[in-house]
Write a protein that binds this ligand. Structure first.
Ligand code: SAH
Ligand code: SF4
Length: 395
């Protein structure tokens, strides 16, 4: 187990723009886009309007070629094409599970790869987005946690995952046509690779773009950020993003949580619950989701269920408890709780008055389920290496 590994990192910053070459307009806030346009010769008086026009083309209609932006003068479009690019992560592979789940492997600058998972459900569809390549934290049940952090994703790379999925689903509206009512991609969860609150600014800027009424237009109620418990950033999440919050809670005593979610040694259950108690008020959201991974014989007893309820009650937190059957991965030090055990645990929580849905593992056949997101990357890497090797032999 890696539970005793030290927590080595707090908030990191990475350069938001490439030091040279054309500027990527994707991922910039409206103010940043305005500054970038002015720096490249757009008159200040026009800049606000140009931002609005370009913004709509990019985020409402999904255009990524300046030549398509037909309400801009031709010469101005040519200027834009000279100074700026519109870049999102490159789709490398797409796997479709028997249950319809799609797992995308995308490549970002530097040749790194992250995974993005699309989960279709009745009347809605959820995109599980990554915020980092790897993770600095070392939760002992999580496969991503065994992969070292490579780097934070930029805001462009985070919102770009949503844009890539809309490309793949063919879901950009066409100007002049009426919007369809049920969207294929209707929800975002920040539950892919990485700890979103260790990449706060980029996650915030990307989610602001997702929520912008002139663009992708997802309500903040349809965006859920999952954190392992980076306490100092929780109030900022309420204040600056205002989305739904999910907490990787997973244990009811500090002893066990220290082992499962080692960030608990820095901010323990009490500190976490104190921070959570204020969240709904500040963010104006309804309930906090407590994610609870069911590990046989570790955290799944009746006593755990009762302790969980007591903690949530003591802190008066409006909550729903999402029970996640543990998804195994090669070498994992845990086993999934039996269905009967999960059911018994869920019933105790439910009878105490809290919703206790059991998360249905999706896309297991393509290793797309929660916490499995590392191995597939490695498999894909390996097979590409093999392909390259073969190509080398032939050449
Ligand atoms: N870093 C963030 C978000 C990514 S993990 C966080 O920890 O919240 C998304 C969810 O999947 C978390 O609740 C995480 O605890 C859970 N998870 C990780 N590994 C898992 C596994 N092997 N089986 C089931 N759920 C897992
Ligand atoms: Fe990182 Fe979340 Fe996995 Fe923990 S559960 S190692 S925080 S991705």
């Amino acid at each position: 187990m890696t539970a005793t590994a030290p927590i080595t990192q707090d908030v990191m910053t990475f350069p938001r723009k490439l030091p040279e070459g054309p500027v990527n307009l994707i991922g910039l806030t409206r103010d940043q886009m305005r500054d970038a346009l002015i720096a490249h010769g757009t008159p200040e008086k026009q800049a606000r309007m140009r931002v609005n026009q370009i913004w709509q083309w990019i985020y409402q209609w999904g255009k990524r070629d300046f030549a398509d932006m037909t309400n801009l003068a031709k010469a101005y479009r040519a200027d834009l094409a000279e100074n700026f690019v519109l870049e999102i992560p490159e789709l490398v592979t797409r796997q479709v599970s028997e249950d319809g789940t799609r797992k995308y492997l995308v490549r970002i600058a530097g040749g790194h790869e992250v995974e993005v998972v699309y989960i279709p459900e009745d009347g809605r569809g959820t995109l599980c987005v990554s915020s980092q390549v790897g993770c600095t934290l070392t939760c002992s049940f999580c496969h991503t946690g065994t992969q070292k952090l490579v780097r934070n994703l930029t805001a462009a790379e985070i919102i770009g995952q949503v844009m890539m999925a809309r490309d793949d689903l063919g879901e950009w509206p066409v100007p002049g046509e009426k919007n369809v009512e049920t969207r294929l991609l209707s929800n975002i969860v920040l539950m892919g690779m990485g700890e979103p609150l260790y990449n706060f600014d980029n996650v915030r800027d990307a989610m602001k773009i997702a929520m912008d009424p002139e663009g992708i237009q997802l309500s903040r109620r349809r965006i859920t950020l999952s954190t392992s418990g980076v306490v100092p950033e929780i109030a900022r999440t309420a204040d600056e993003i205002g989305c739904q919050l999910a907490i990787s809670f997973h244990a009811t005593t500090d002893d066990i949580r220290d082992k499962l979610v080692p960030i608990n040694k820095k901010w323990n259950i009490e500190a976490l619950l104190n921070a959570l108690a204020n969240y709904p008020k500040v963010s104006n959201s309804e309930r906090i989701t407590f994610e609870y991974v069911m590990l046989a014989g570790v955290n799944d007893s009746d006593a755990d269920a009762h302790r969980l309820i007591k903690l949530i009650r003591d802190y008066n937190i409006p909550a729903k408890i999402n029970l996640i059957p543990f998804n195994e991965w090669p070498g994992a030090p845990y086993k999934r709780s039996s269905n009967n055990r999960i059911r018994a645990f869920a019933d105790i929580v439910y009878e105490a008055g809290y919703a206790s849905p059991v998360r249905k593992p999706r896309g297991e056949d393509i290793m797309a389920a929660c916490g499995q997101l590392k191995s597939a990357t490695e498999r894909a890497r390996k097979s590409r290496r093999q392909i390259e090797a073969e190509a080398g032999v032939r050449n």
